[in-house]
Write a protein that binds this ligand. Structure first.
Ligand code: SAH
Length: 226
């Protein structure tokens, strides 16, 4: 497909899926108009890159629905000067959106092939302010902490403690909390050393693994019970 065909699909995605559903921040909309989502999905699925849903990206993982990426980004209330941490790089699409909205992005992916592919895509598109790390994201990335914004793009049983600790004063952390049945999007704030959270909407994510995530048994046990 031609680049201008993708651009038209992208414009319509922004208007129909994001703006119409109430997200109107001009900087947010500009970021979604700019980032070529089709560059982040497998070649055979590019024609569906701007569809109103998630898509598989390999290793049993998915790139989230555009609206959910937009909603989670908007909940961080970024102004442009922030250092941000993302857990669950996946395709790298969310990291590119964050790079458009903040100063510096660190993103962590546990699957090496996904981390490598995402780093390649981001470099090709010129996102030098995004740093992709292959590691257990539930431990955070203390080398660059604290972060004014932290985004977890996989389902957690609770907001991982190391990540709350790496949140800057006045910062926000967004995380889907729940289990295999579904999760609710939580927004955590840290004000004067006190943590508080608000629940936003029900969502459905692949599990967060790692030290402070779900073990394979925890998540798989339920699937076997069906
Ligand atoms: N934000 C991604 C989609 C995330 S899918 C995008 O824009 O495409 C969730 C990702 O989290 C998967 O790639 C999965 O491998 C990763 N993940 C799960 N647990 C993790 C952990 N403990 N550390 C780092 N990455 C993790």
């Amino acid at each position: 497909m031609e680049e201008d065909k993708f651009r038209a699909l992208r414009e319509s995605m922004v208007a129909q899926q994001i703006e119409k559903r109430g997200l109107r921040n001009p900087r947010l909309l500009a970021a979604f108009r700019k980032v070529p989502r089709h560059a982040f999905v497998p070649a055979a699925l590019q024609y569906r890159a701007y569809d109103d849903g998630p898509l598989p990206i390999g290793k049993g993982q998915t790139i989230s629905q555009p609206y959910i990426v937009a909603l989670m980004t908007s909940l961080l209330a970024l102004e442009g000067h922030e250092r941000v941490l993302e857990i669950g790089t996946g395709s790298g699409y969310q990291a590119a959106i964050l790079a458009e909205m903040a100063q510096e992005v660190h993103t962590i992916e546990r699957h090496a092939p996904l981390a490598e592919r995402a780093a390649g895509t981001l470099a090709r598109l010129g996102y030098t302010q995004v740093h992709v790390h292959c590691a257990d994201g539930t431990l955070g990335w203390p080398q660059a902490a604290p972060y004014e914004g932290i985004l977890i793009t996989a389902a957690a049983a609770t907001a991982p403690k190391p990540l709350l600790e790496q949140l800057a004063e006045g910062g926000r952390l967004v995380v889907p909390v729940g289990d295999w049945m579904g999760q609710v999007l939580q927004v955590w704030t840290r004000e004067n050393g006190r943590y508080d959270f608000e629940s936003i909407i029900p969502v459905s994510f692949v599990p967060l693994r790692g030290k402070y995530g779900f073990s394979d048994e925890d998540w798989a046990r339920y699937e076997e019970d069906e």
